[in-house]
Design a binder for this molecule. Structure first.
Ligand SMILES: [Zn+2]
Length: 282
């Protein structure tokens, strides 16, 4: 296998990024999505970052839009999840990315949800222990409208066109660390806090996107019920969704990306403010 290593200055400029999670993991995204207009420019591009070597990126174009994508799901040997996220967002910032779409498979806390429903979250609760993850920039990050309303609208429209399950317009995504699932008592607590779905990836991505001044939207497919909700989860069903729905999720992401307007009309960038705090000189 040939691994391309680009120096910092050679990172291709791209305004768009898709962060791959578990819902597209079983196919070679975006090539195997079967979406018209996708042209692969570079594959297996790994960059040196201040936080170690980045994950492998694919650079592609979609009808005039240049897009970086990589797989972030899973745990890379020898790399903390905090550093994996820093590596990713450092590259996206250097590339000049302004719009990011993320995806994944999540557990349902809300018993009204069904397997294969698609949720486009509009808010989150971060209960992970990775809160210090940043690129050390001096910004105050306002987390109102954390999930970009323009990207959410594009994801919803594409999901309605392609989803095999229902499309849920909003939901609160609870972020936990994993890799173990939650206990029934923890799930009851998360429901009482207002959570609808549980996963491990929305944070720190949502903070880091704001830190680099990019919009962030996310689409999630229900792959199991959280412990104590409706029925015990089945590994067979999980595998069937993992392998069976990756093409559909890929097409939703690409169609949403395709439909995003060139000019933004959302407030995301204005929600990143300069910090008023200064470091004290010795
Ligand atoms: Zn936005």
């Amino acid at each position: 296998m040939v691994v391309l290593r680009w120096k910092m200055a050679e990172i291709h400029q791209a305004r768009f990024a898709i962060i791959g999670g578990s819902s597209t993991n079983s196919i070679d995204f975006p090539g195997e999505a079967g979406y018209d207009g996708v042209e692969i420019i570079k594959r297996r591009a790994i960059f040196d970052t201040p936080y170690g070597k980045s994950p492998a990126f694919t650079l592609f174009s979609l009808k005039g839009k240049t897009v970086l994508t990589c797989r972030m799901h899973g745990w890379r040997a020898g790399v903390t999840r905090a550093n994996a996220s820093r590596q990713l967002f450092w590259v996206l910032r250097e590339a000049g990315v302004e719009r990011i779409l993320g995806e994944g498979g999540v557990g349902a806390i809300d018993p009204k949800l069904e397997l294969r429903d698609i949720v486009v979250p509009d808010d989150y609760i971060d209960l992970s222990m990775r809160r210090d993850v940043s690129l050390d920039s001096q910004y105050l990050l306002v987390m109102r409208d954390a999930l970009c309303r323009e990207e959410r609208a594009a994801l919803l429209e594409a999901a309605r066109a392609h989803s095999v399950g229902r499309v849920i317009e909003r939901g609160v995504y609870v972020v936990t660390d994993g890799r173990h699932f939650e206990s029934p008592a923890e799930v009851r607590m998360l429901r009482s806090l207002g959570g609808d779905i549980i996963g491990q990836s929305l944070a720190p991505e949502v903070y880091l996107a704001r830190e680099i001044g990019a919009c962030y939207g996310s689409i999630q497919i229900i792959v199991n019920y959280a412990e104590g909700v409706v029925e015990e989860w089945s590994h067979e069903e999980l595998a069937s969704i993992f392998y069976g729905e990756a093409g559909m999720m890929s097409r939703i992401l690409l169609e949403a990306l395709d439909s995003l307007p060139a000019e933004k009309s959302c407030p995301c960038v204005s929600l990143r403010k300069p910090s008023l705090l200064k470091e004290k000189a010795d």
